[in-house]
Design a protein around this ligand. Structure first.
Ligand SMILES: [Zn+2]
Length: 328
């Protein structure tokens, strides 16, 4: 089969990748589309959670089940599904303590220990398979992972009164985060560098500004970083008020990066709280998308086919793109 594969330090489209076998506890899923974002770019460059990861890239997918393990009753061949990228073992202290999101095994599709989704067939742990409403478009289903990540911000930040919130990031997570936060009684604005993202905000009635026009006043109660570069982190530190909060949705250290992250002293002096936030509930995200409570039309600014998967990966690193879809 064809698959986008990282081997050593290089990434290429492998046309002769063996199809995955159906193992105990897994389902085989035939993707109709996969998405690529900065996490996949980081993994490709050896800057992901596991720098030595080798295998198929991609952690966001929508597709149909082709085979399920013997005795499986919840899913059947032909079911339309998405995959929760994070696998939880169910046995470690984190899993047993109700924090499966922080499982010690830490396997993630296309990121750590498990092959990913930019391929003609994917092997997905059965517990990570989530049925997708037929009414949901392919793009909406594919965007559910990003919405789940945005939803987790609300869990991380206790919102009282009407805080001033800035979201940095003109990607799927940023555009969802701005929507989710604005529905939660916050004065939210999105700062972005992509014209596409700013015009989507305009269309959706979300406050927005080009990144280079961000003021210099440290007056934001909460700043959410959905970009994850040293520059975006430094911008967060500059914008947040004393005793304010920074939510990190992403933090990448790419090879060859030269910009240092800002001196931690200003974080100490201004008593800034920094909160890490990862993915939230995928079923909840799918329900919200099905009920039409968030806008998602036009989020994917590039659509490529599996044959152009390496170009798609390059596009995912381009800040002008809000989202990259690979049609399989
Ligand atoms: Zn576990």
């Amino acid at each position: 089969m064809r698959a986008l594969v990282r081997r050593g330090d290089s990434v290429s489209l492998d046309s002769l990748r063996p199809e995955p076998a159906l193992d105990e506890g897994f389902a085989l899923v035939k993707p109709s589309a996969a998405a690529l974002n900065m996490l996949d770019v980081a993994v490709a460059r050896g800057a992901g959670p596991d720098p030595a990861f080798e295998g198929v890239l991609g952690h966001q997918v929508v597709g149909t089940i082709t085979e399920t393990p013997r005795g499986e009753r919840r899913f059947a061949s032909g079911d339309r599904v998405v995959a929760n990228p994070g696998f939880a073992c169910g046995r470690c202290d984190m899993c047993r303590g109700g924090l499966a999101n922080h499982c010690r095994e830490g396997a993630t599709l296309g990121v750590r220990s498990l092959d990913g989704c930019v391929a003609e067939l994917v092997r997905v742990p059965i517990q990570c398979v989530i049925r997708t409403p037929e009414s949901l478009s392919e793009e909406a289903a594919l965007a559910s992972c990003a919405l789940a990540a945005a939803l987790q911000i609300v869990q991380a930040v206790h919102i009282e009164t009407k805080p001033y919130v800035t979201v940095l990031g003109d990607n799927l997570v940023g555009l969802f985060a701005a929507q989710v936060m604005s529905a939660r009684n916050t004065a939210v604005r999105l700062l972005g560098a992509s014209e596409r993202a700013l015009s989507l905000c305009e269309k959706w009635g979300l406050k927005h500004r080009p990144l280079h026009e961000a003021g210099r006043r440290a007056d934001q109660d909460v700043v959410v970083d959905c970009v994850g570069t040293p520059e975006s982190f430094n911008t967060c530190v500059r914008l947040v008020r004393p005793r304010g909060r920074i939510v990190l949705k992403a933090a990448f250290s790419m090879p060859g990066e030269t910009t240092p992250r800002r001196d931690l002293l200003s974080i100490v002096e201004n008593e800034i709280e920094i909160i890490g936030s990862r993915s939230g509930s995928l079923p909840e995200a799918l329900s919200i998308l099905e009920r039409g409570e968030v806008q998602h039309d036009g989020l994917f600014s590039r659509r490529l086919t599996l044959d152009d998967a390496t170009e798609a990966l390059a596009a995912a690193a381009d800040p002008a793109q809000t989202g990259v879809l690979v049609k399989v």
